[in-house]
Design a protein around this ligand. Sequence first.
Ligand SMILES: C[S@@+](CC[C@H](N)C(=O)[O-])C[C@H]1O[C@@H](n2cnc3c(N)ncnc32)[C@H](O)[C@@H]1O
Length: 333
Amino acid sequence: MEKEKSRRNRTLTLSENERNTLKKRLFSPNKEEITPSQITNKTIYGDLFEIIDLLPAEFVDLLLIDPPYNLDKDFNGLKFSKTNDEAYLAYLKTWFPKMIRTLKPTGSVYICGDWKSTSCLYQIMREFTIVRNRIIWQREKGRGAKANWKNAAEDIWFGTRGEEYYFNVDAVKQKRRVIAPYRENGRPKDWEETGNGNFRLTYPSNFWDDISVPYWSMPENTDHPTQKPEKLIAKLILASCPPKGMVLDPFLGSGTTSVAAKKLDRRYVGIEINEEYCCWAEKRLLLAEDHSAIQGYSNGVFWERNTLSLQMKENKRLGFTGDGQSVAYSLNI
Ligand SMILES: C[S@@+](CC[C@H](N)C(=O)[O-])C[C@H]1O[C@@H](n2cnc3c(N)ncnc32)[C@H](O)[C@@H]1O
């Protein structure tokens, strides 16, 4: 018997009716070359290896790549097995350079992985991009190990195609509580004193400890086994894709990149081999039309973890409306 879902469980589900309607929204390429206008704001349903040579050149501002890691993983029936570094690097080489071909000369690329795949990711990035940084995302959740350290972080490598590139640091500032407020001539130095506490807007570093993995009580959650948080992808998009620019994710999964891009007024294309995941992405995209909040990002700033009630108080104080959390679960279809 199917277990009944808790009322607080907001994990996305699909009715049969929704599934049938959403399938019709997917773009299924034939063997002909694809133009940018055909795939703008679309989810491409298919195998990247069959699509990659049909993609247009130099139409993308930001490539966000969250490939299968070098781990045993089952993506709804598509199984990946852990292999050695040489084989994983060879796998990356079959598609990575072709993805770089889709980037504009001013474009940027981010690629995600865990500590085990990171040396291969660095090698491929070094060969085909100018490597700019490595972000460490402390994602907290991880399986405890008796004879090793719990794996609770991931790497995100950042590179650009050329020397000139877009980077908007002001769009990704963090609002942090000030622990040791310092005053100069009796006035707060670089921080703000409010009835809700003391805050500072800081430049984001390459160590990200303010983002949790999606969990069942969050409206963005799906049953995808490796879903990325919208807040994480939002940071990358705001920093590295100009407004209305184009974001491409060749391993779209549950649709996080496209959804974050849509909420932030960028154009997007995603490619995914699993039809069910494509439908989840499409449902999230439709829901985003009326619900564009990104948990942890409100009114132009990123907040620390577990600060929802504080965010709401601050928004009220600053005169912003909306709680940033309201969501709908079903479509009118
Ligand atoms: C690490 S997951 C991406 C998760 C995604 N970032 C999200 O937030 O849901 C990798 C995805 O790549 C898809 N995939 C693997 N091989 C593929 C291929 N050859 N073509 C298209 N998609 C593929 C898998 O089905 C899986 O959903």
